[in-house]
Design a protein around this ligand. Sequence first.
Ligand code: SME
Length: 155
Amino acid sequence: MEKESIYEQVEAKIYAVCGGENNKIANMASISCLLNQAFDEFYWVGFYIADHDKKDELVVGPYQGTLGCLRISYDRGVCGAAARTGLTQIVNDVDQFPGHIACDSLTRSEIVVPVYNGQNQLIAVCDVDSVKTSTFDVVDQLWLEKILKAVFAET
Ligand code: SME
C-alpha cells in the first residue's frame, strides 16, 4: 500500500482513539502503538518529553520498540536538534548525523517531529526510527506534523 494511504488510515484511527481524550500520556501511548503497527519498517516509535524540572533536557515517554535512552539533552542527537530548533529533523543515514545517539544499532534513518500544545509551547518530540536508510521524506513530515498538531494543540 502507498505511504499516503497508510497515513490516511492511521490518521483516522488516531483521531478515533485520541479524539475524546486530553491526557497527553494516554495519547502519546496510543499514537506510538498505532504508528508502529501501521508501517513495517518503523521499529521504534515514541515520545521524548520536555522536562520542565530540568531545562533543555528531554526524558523518555511512551514508546514502542527496543529500550530507549532515558534522557537526552537539547545539545545531543536528532531529538535534541528537534527540541532546540523547534523544527522537524529528517535523517536519511544516521551514520552521517554528527552526535546521533545510537540507542539501538538497528536504526538506519529517522524523523523527529516537535510536538506543541495549544499555547505553542514545546511539550515533546516524536521520534520514529526505521531499519532502512532514507525511509522518511516530506510526505512523512507533513502527515506526522498534521496528526500531532491535531491531537496535542487541543491540550
Ligand atoms: N535517535 C535518537 C535517540 C533516541 S533513540 O534512538 C530511541 C537521537 O539521536 O536523538
